[in-house]
Design a protein around this ligand. Structure first.
Ligand code: NDP
Ligand code: GDR
Length: 358
């Protein structure tokens, strides 16, 4: 029997929600995993600290390198040094609302950053390396067709969506121009206890924990009517890996096929902690009360509205089911229970107070 060398993967954005779950998955499959982390004035590796291996260990499976999507020289050198079999490009300024405040940086990191990696592979003539691009349901933006599938026309509605549109097409173009194994995963929203604190799901579950503990009075939210197709990040990183195991590259929607409003997410999350929400009022005056009382827990704050909104996302994962054998297995309710319970535990240990967050 021959001992094959382990596959080597490079993950950009390894310190993020998806990067941490993907690193765990690849390590469990015997990969040697390399991740790119940004220099920061404070620690930014909390999500992968449990995977850390001492730099002095000889046979290491998990290695972090400093890098940035805005620095081509760094990306070219790292790709040359690591010689990965697979690259997962997850790094991005990923907050839609923030992208209206930092449009140029978002274009640079999310759009040009993708080009930099593809171009590095071309310059280095690494035509065997497979490339995964973290594309997004934000490409669909304004509703043209539901459910949204691989053939649905794109109409992004934010600087983030537009930057990711460039990244999507440059990935397709390098595949077609140079025969690269370059694929897009068009992933619908996916969450987890590791979700960034300013995305709406985590903002809600953290607030539930703080309100339940008596440390917060009210949760301020923006558009309660937005509809999202929410899955669990753990399921979605499995789909990313499957996309790169295909003989041929391609573009795949990963979604649950179910959509609910922000309001319904709030209802379920508060119910998990034993609070039943009753909605009164309309538009910006809508409020959420503890049922049958005058105790107001949720208020709309227009500062969280976006200049242009994505009203409805609902994905059709048929192609991924058929070709990848992939399916989202965690239900929304299971995920909300996991997130709320995790935040209740975290709140008890940190007693961190939730305040006005984006
Ligand atoms: P996160 O925001 O949790 O993680 C983003 C990662 O990118 C972090 O590791 C962050 O580093 C890193 N990063 C940001 N800017 C740079 C930069 N200039 N150079 C190097 N690294 C950088 O995102 P998710 O894990 O949720 O998402 C992963 C990818 O998938 C993103 O590209 C996102 O746009 C995309 N996506 C996400 C979906 C979701 O629902 N989660 C759905 C569809 C697509 P740091 O930790 O230092 O901030
Ligand atoms: P999204 O996620 O924009 O879909 O992008 P987010 O959780 O930020 O917003 C979802 C919806 O909730 C509405 N909303 C609020 N959003 C935030 N952040 N804060 C609030 O207080 C609030 N109130 C209501 C938003 O208007 C929106 O309609 C996520 C990111 O992970 C992207 O990187 C990814 O590409 C897409 O999902 C798919």
């Amino acid at each position: 029997m021959t001992n094959r060398a382990p596959k080597r993967a490079l993950i950009t954005g390894v310190t993020g929600q998806d990067g941490s779950y993907l690193a765990e998955l690849l390590l469990s499959k015997g990969y040697e995993v390399h991740g790119i982390k940004r220099r920061s004035s404070s620690f930014n590796t909390a999500r992968v600290d449990h995977l850390y291996e001492d730099v002095h260990e000889v046979d290491r499976h998990f290695t972090l390198h400093y890098g940035d999507m805005t620095d081509s020289t760094n990306l070219i050198r790292l790709i040359q040094e690591v010689q990965p079999d697979e690259i997962y490009n997850l790094a991005a300024q990923s907050h839609v609302h923030v992208s209206f405040e930092t449009p140029e940086y978002t274009a640079n990191a999310d759009g040009m950053g993708t080009l930099r990696i593809l171009e590095a592979l071309r310059i280095l003539r690494m035509d065997k390396t497979r490339f995964y691009q973290a594309s997004t349901s934000e490409l669909y933006g304004k509703v043209v067709e539901t459910p949204q599938k691989e053939t649905t026309p794109f109409y992004p509605r934010s600087p983030y969506g537009v930057a990711k549109l460039y990244a999507y097409w440059i990935t397709v173009n390098y595949r077609e121009s140079y025969g690269m194994h370059a694929s897009n995963g068009i992933l619908f929203n996916h969450e987890s206890p590791r979700r960034g604190e300013t995305f709406v799901t985590r903002k809600i579950t953290r607030a539930v924990a703080a309100i339940a503990a008596g440390d917060q009075d009210r949760l301020y939210l923006g558009n309660l009517d937005s509809m999202r197709d929410w899955g669990h990040a753990r399921d979605y990183v499995e789909g990313m890996w499957r996309i790169l195991q295909q003989d041929n590259p391609g573009d795949y929607v990963l979604a649950t096929g179910r959509t609910v409003s922000v309001r319904e997410f709030v209802d379920t999350a508060f119910r998990v902690a034993g609070m039943d929400i009753e909605w009164r009022g309309k538009g910006v005056d809508e409020r959420g009360y503890v049922r049958g009382t005058d105790r107001c827990l949720i208020e709309v704050d227009p500062r969280y509205f976006r200049p242009t909104e994505v009203d409805l996302l609902l994905g059709d994962p048929t192609k991924a089911e058929r070709e990848l054998g992939w399916r989202a297995t965690t239900t929304l309710e299971e995920m909300i229970v996991e997130m709320v319970n995790s935040d209740i535990r975290e709140h008890a240990t940190n007693s961190v107070h939730q305040r006005d967050k984006d």
